[in-house]
Design a protein around this ligand. Sequence first.
Ligand SMILES: Cc1cc2nc3c(=O)[nH]c(=O)nc-3n(C[C@H](O)[C@H](O)[C@H](O)COP(=O)(O)OP(=O)(O)OC[C@H]3O[C@@H](n4cnc5c(N)ncnc54)[C@H](O)[C@@H]3O)c2cc1C
Length: 471
Amino acid sequence: MGDRSPHMIRRGLLIGGGAVVAAGAAAAGVNALAPVVRPETPVFGINRSHWSLALPQPNPPPARDVRADVIVVGGGFTGLSAAYYLRQALPKAKVVVLEAVRCGNGASARNGAMLQTSTEDTYMEPDVDPAFHRRLYALTRDNIDRIRRLSAETGVDCDLDQQGAVQAAYDSGDAEKMPAIAERLRAAGLPVELWRSEQMAQALGTRAYSAGLYEPGSGQVHPGKMVAMWKRAAEQAGATVYEGVPVVAVDEGPLVRLHLAGSVTASAPIVVLAANAYSSKLGYLRGAVAPIVNHVAITPPLTAAQRAAAGWTRRIPFNDSRTNVVYAGLTRDNRLHIGGGVEEYEFNDGLADPDDHGCGVAFLRRELGRLYPTLADVPFERTWWGFVDMSLDGASSVGRMGRHGNLLYAIGLSGQGVNFTSVLGRVLGDIAAGREADWAWLPYLGRLPPYLPNEPFRWLGVQAGIRLLSS
Ligand SMILES: Cc1cc2nc3c(=O)[nH]c(=O)nc-3n(C[C@H](O)[C@H](O)[C@H](O)COP(=O)(O)OP(=O)(O)OC[C@H]3O[C@@H](n4cnc5c(N)ncnc54)[C@H](O)[C@@H]3O)c2cc1C
């Protein structure tokens, strides 16, 4: 990992090494031999995360055919925030969300709960474009203010704590680079502080890190409660949310027709695909992202004595500078959650329960003991996994596609979507309302990430990337 990045962490680079293999295969023309991509029935594993316990009661599926002005496929942060903003942008439009299982069954209620400003992708180069850096920082920080206001308006407290977040240097090499990175970010106008080992230990308790970058505008939420907040916001704004209704196929046309499980159909002149890592199963965006599995674990509430011994005095979440990043946080009820580490990609965008979960949890246990030796024996109350929609350059994409330009999408959040999804939800609302020109400055608009080839080159490339970056 070079030191170009403003942040040390480039989750998007996880499969970057794979790009070398993949691009080579594609360039040689052999990609043409890869299997033709057809829509397949996706597997929707049930979300059994700690966050899922706070998910709202699911709504019933539609009893008859649905006709709407805009249909959103997917009830995660992207889909629900898009529905909310669509109604803001088009107050008379009939907006419907179709969610396969229940809202929050995907990554939105399985993640590491970090609510981050900015992003950590290919566009973030403060030396090259400090003005863009400042603008994206302001946009993402403002989005956190919007979430706070919406939480008050909807009456759904999503446990938003904005005490900042830390990016910790995993090794001495990364620690050495941090002063220069902090300086560049500050020169670009971002309020980032360089923390040395004493400040790290004082705030986070752990003595594992000799340096870190503290950014005061970031924070954390309870992801399950935030799904509940977005669902309430979308419904209060006038959108209809159906759950337990997988979309199984899309027929394009000026009026898009969606086939739902059972014999029901749904149609609308505009459809928003907010299916994240599951998108390729509908036959879309396969070249944009690969689903990468990521593991998370949470302890029971720590006792006062355990917290005092661990010394995590401020409720500040952190992640480290490894590309297969480890992240941790402390909930309002004092549970410690930790995630990341072992990453896996299953052939042909497999979304079944991963074989390596035990291995992922064992890794997290070792990490917990390394970071907080006094908590080494505290059991995990729950463990789970989720799929990250990883793009090759770590950057998101939002725009319109399809033969009639009426399929809207947001994809490639690459492990940094707790905050950014609802920025893109707002952009989607504006695209539907014909106001995309307002977002022309945003490099994520109207693009797709670098191309990921079909199988078997896809599997070979992603595996190579994972191995390379885990070594
Ligand atoms: C383990 C893990 C840790 C993470 N940690 C962080 C973090 O700390 N901070 C951060 O910023 N980001 C993090 N992320 C990323 C973040 O969670 C995601 O970027 C974000 O939740 C994506 O939201 P989404 O709405 O796009 O996708 P999802 O929440 O996955 O929603 C997609 C929805 O679409 C539904 N769907 C799919 N296909 C269909 C279909 N055919 N028909 C109907 N419905 C369908 C799914 O059931 C799902 O509910 C993490 C992700 C994971 C997996």
